[in-house]
Design a protein. Structure first.
Length: 94
């Protein structure tokens, strides 16, 4: 795919959407939720794919929470975006 095809008319980068549990949580309460790291797997993957990361995650979530989050953001996901869903164990309840 050509680079020009990866961008819209406004030169806005497409996104790497990551929905999940603690495997996708970057910021933590020990640092007032202000820590960020370029080396986290989803930031590294987004950089390698030349995408903007958009991570919707929370520690200890259930699959019902995951489904609710996807429904909330699905209208913002474009055909050129990538989406990763990290499901959790089925006995977790929200």
């Amino acid at each position: 795919m050509h680079t020009q095809d990866r961008y819209s008319m406004t030169d806005k980068k497409h996104k790497l959407w990551v929905f999940g549990d603690s495997y996708a949580v970057e910021a933590n309460h020990f640092q007032d939720y202000k820590n960020t790291h370029n080396w986290t797997w989803f930031n590294d993957l987004a950089a390698r794919l030349d995408l903007e990361p958009s991570v919707i995650s929370q520690m200890g979530i259930s699959n019902e929470w995951l489904f609710m989050a996807v429904r909330e953001y699905v209208s913002q996901i474009t055909p050129m975006d990538y989406v990763i869903l990290i499901t959790t164990q089925q006995d977790r309840r929200w």
